[in-house]
Design a binder for this molecule. Sequence first.
Ligand SMILES: Cc1ncc(COP(=O)(O)O)c(C=O)c1O
Length: 467
Amino acid sequence: MVSGSLARLASEAVGAGGWSFAQIAQRLSPAVFKFQEVVADRASGSYVWTTDGRKHLDFASGIGVLSTGHCHPHVVSAIQQQAGEIIMAQQNILPASKAMVALLQRLERIMPSSLTSHFFCNSGAEAVENAMKIARNYTGRQNIIAFDGAYHGRTYGAMALTTSKTVYRQNFGPYPSGVNVAPYPYCLHCKTRQAAGGLGYEVAPNVPPLGKPYAERQCCGGPQEALDWMLKMHTAPSETAAIIIEPILGEGGFLTPPPGFLTKLRELCDKHGMLLIFDEVQCGVARTGRWWGHQHLTEAQPDLLLFAKGIASGVPFAGISARPEVYSKMSHGMMGGTYGGSAIGCAAAAATIDVIEGEGLLQNAAERGQQLTRGLLSLAERYPIIDVRGRGLMLAAEFGQKQPDGSLRAEPGTASKLTHAAGRRGLLLLGAGARETVRFLPPLTVSSGQVEEGLAVLEDCLQEVLG
Ligand SMILES: Cc1ncc(COP(=O)(O)O)c(C=O)c1O
């Protein structure tokens, strides 16, 4: 069992360096949400230890960052070695480092074939900002279509594209203009589906062997139609630069669009000369059991693919992989950044890719994902879980109950109560989206025993919160 299940309440937790947690917190911005009152001490694999002596099973992975787990020895040694050789090869002054070449060679193996030109930066939001610049510059058009429930980051451009929760935007306006938000298919809550009695969506993932084949999932077609109307009523194709989408919606609730949806976006973009941007910051880098989340859903390739989080196992690193053509109208100096493509980041990213390949983590993500899904489906038989969804180790359970009118309703605060109950028992979990959803993002190295351990703690929490 996870140690610390009887640990003291967070308010009593001790700090570090002779300071209590309260003394530390009073020196930190209160605007940053603090899940629990703990101070990280050290971490290894799927576990984190805090200075109060507690051990935590990490099913949040730094919000999907720790693809190879905490402090994977190969990644640590690559960082250490790089730090002794060159830490900073500034990209304007020293355009490449040996570590960057190593990374470029690996990206050639794992990226969709048409995305052969790479730009490196430091965070997902920075990748999004740069993608907006590329799209506007290449097309000479202003508007961007984003999707309801998307999360693209906290900087102004990215925030304007973000609608997963009001807290990310409230009181920060005005936002940059030119953003149009289209509906993202949330089939579980689709009113047309409810009126038609289900349309093939049920509490079972759309992935064999645990659920129906994805191709059999039906859709009322509403969101696709809304996009067509958006291009007739809100933003003319001639002024629309790009469509940006998370192929599997992250912060917004781990939603997978119905079959054909991403392919339709590709067709629309081809038809109207718009760029298709896949934001794979959360669903990319093997998280779903394939290198890129969209590869479960479509043969189509985007014009730009954004990555961050899992790429460098915790070292800030991000990038855009693109069709080279999209830079044809850029001149030197139009993009950049002091730290982009840092040697340390490149070394960590190259080592991360080596570990994912060398340790068979794509397969582990798929297999452990199935195990976790099976466990969640079994819990759904006893607790009010209305959906289990996702791919690989990007999984979510949504809570609620069917109402007499066919709609689904959840007790407000369920997800938060559950994640906090889990936190008290030493299991790190996160909520997702504005509805009552809990997401599971264990490291891709997670073992079968650790999945069982997490499920057992989760069941205790369900018992405590939902009875
Ligand atoms: C899909 C997606 N895009 C962009 C971002 C922003 O990334 P960052 O926090 O590195 O700026 C996130 C972060 O959660 C994300 O999930």
